[in-house]
Ligand binder design. Structure first.
Ligand code: ADP
Ligand code: ASP
Ligand code: MG
Length: 436
């Protein structure tokens, strides 16, 4: 069994959906995970925001525009009238469901149900298209097996049991189509795995179905050695270890959802990144093996906040760090980077939901300074047997960039540097020019 995930661009138009169909018809024993058509989740987020702000006229217009776009897709995707009619009826039922919220009150729980419509629509259309071209397949409703627990972590046991039940219900089928991103929460309500979560769905299913490979098909030929949205002349990396890939995904390589490598790593399932636009390109293979020494790739994550706690009492004091960390822990706020000196500790966080309360509590232990708009630049590679000079190369490249924090030695495959976000583009380009 293989799991193949196709992202928003890959199913972003009738033409792209047909290409995906071409790619999968020759394959046997697959679970296909689809994202919403590109732009749809953003439109649904906008729709939900309008409803929260009680701008129901704007929301209605948005919905009409989106419905038109889908009608056009149906027109181009199907050639037989009977299929066009079935597809149009299907669209109407989804859009009528959405329309009701323009007339009524709107809650956060309903927002999640609204966001789920994108993946429900793309999978229903795609599966119907496979029917039209005579390829046997079946829908596998993600809401019947994909679930997160009270910590918002995937409930692997539940997922495995229920996925098996869903698969067993349709014997003889060897091509299943399911929704990425969407799930149920511990209360059984519709929820999701956060933006970009279809990659995560694919690896969770890969583990549950004991797949021999998870393939992430997207609009680029694999993980590049730098962010192609920011830097010129990046190139794809043939092979990465799970740890290297996880590090890049977590620190900003948008091609993968930050959590998507973890399940695959734990179950040792290879992950392959492929391009639907260039299917013949090799892409990137991610496995447990280490290959190639030295620096492999660079990524950057913006929206980082640095918190410095300066205390005379840290000097020679044990227990200080514990107290600091406990405060972050009590607000479920993960720390990404840490640096210490004799009188101060600096940490970075991504989630600032509870920042005010955290700072208030930290104030009991010392002077607290907060810097917003920071970016973590992460340099990833295999530094297990470091040729001397890896850190030196990095700092040589960054002579023009003011550096706020440095973290090296936490693992054998990462150097992280905190800089002001306004310097990100120039830092990434300078590192790229110097290192590659
Ligand atoms: P999908 O809709 O298929 O999930 P995404 O837009 O989420 O696709 O991810 C693919 C995009 O990730 C690419 O188009 C590229 O711009 C961006 N990206 C950012 N960093 C990297 C990187 N290091 N390697 C490859 N792509 C990257
Ligand atoms: N459709 C969702 C999003 O846009 C999930 C995904 O594409 O992975 O975030
Ligand atoms: Mg994505």
């Amino acid at each position: 069994m293989k799991v193949l995930k196709f992202g928003g661009t890959s199913v972003g138009s009738a033409e792209r959906m047909k290409k995906v169909a071409e790619l999968i018809v020759a394959k046997k024993n697959i679970i296909v995970v689809l994202s919403a058509m590109s732009g749809t989740t953003n439109s649904l987020v906008e729709f939900a925001n309008c409803l929260h702000q009680k701008k129901s006229d704007v929301a209605t217009d948005l919905l009409l525009g989106l419905h038109e776009k889908y009608k056009q897709t149906v027109e181009e995707l199907f050639s037989k009238d009977a299929f066009k009619q079935t597809a149009d009826e299907m669209l109407s039922s989804h859009f009528n469901y959405l329309k009701q919220y323009t007339l009524d009150s709107f809650t956060l729980f309903e927002e999640k149900a609204v966001l789920a419509q994108g993946e429900l629509l793309s999978t229903a259309l795609f599966q119907l298209y496979l029917e039209e071209i005579g390829h046997t397949s079946a829908l596998l409703p993600a809401l019947n097996f994909m679930r997160i627990d009270k910590e918002e972590e995937p409930d692997h046991f539940y997922i495995k049991e229920n996925l098996k039940r869903e698969l067993d219900r349709q014997p003889g089928i060897n091509c299943f189509i399911t929704q990425g991103f969407i799930c149920r929460n511990v209360y059984g309500e519709i929820d999701n795995l956060k933006r970009g979560g279809s990659d995560y769905t694919a690896s969770i299913i890969g583990v549950a179905a004991q797949a021999d490979e998870v393939q992430i098909w997207t609009d680029i030929d694999g993980m590049h050695n730098n962010d192609p949205r920011i830097v010129d002349k990046t190139s794809p990396i043939e092979h990465l270890s799970f740890d290297e890939a996880a590090e890049l995904a977590y620190f900003g390589a948008k091609i993968l959802h930050p959590s998507s490598i973890r399940p695959a790593k734990e179950a040792n399932i290879p992950v392959r990144l492929k391009s639907t636009l260039q299917p013949e390109a090799e892409g990137t293979l991610i496995t447990a093996d280490l290959s190639g020494e030295g620096i492999k790739a660079i990524a950057a994550k913006s929206g980082i906040t640095a918190v410095k706690i300066k205390s005379g009492r840290m000097l020679l004091a044990y227990g200080f760090l514990r107290k600091v960390f406990e405060i972050f822990e009590s607000y479920k706020t993960p720390i990404d980077m840490i640096t210490t000196s004799e009188v101060a500790v600096s940490v970075t966080i991504d989630d600032t939901t509870h920042l005010e309360k955290i700072v208030a509590e930290l104030n009991e232990y010392g002077n607290v300074e907060v810097d917003h708009d920071q970016s973590i630049v992460c340099i990833v590679g295999d530094f297990t047997s470091p040729k001397t000079g890896i850190a030196n190369q990095v700092f040589e490249a960054l002579t023009e960039t003011p550096i706020r924090m440095i973290s090296y030695g936490g693992s054998n495959h990462n150097i992280s540097i905190l800089i002001n976000s306004k310097d990100t583009k120039s830092a990434l380009q300078a590192l790229h020019n110097y290192l590659f």
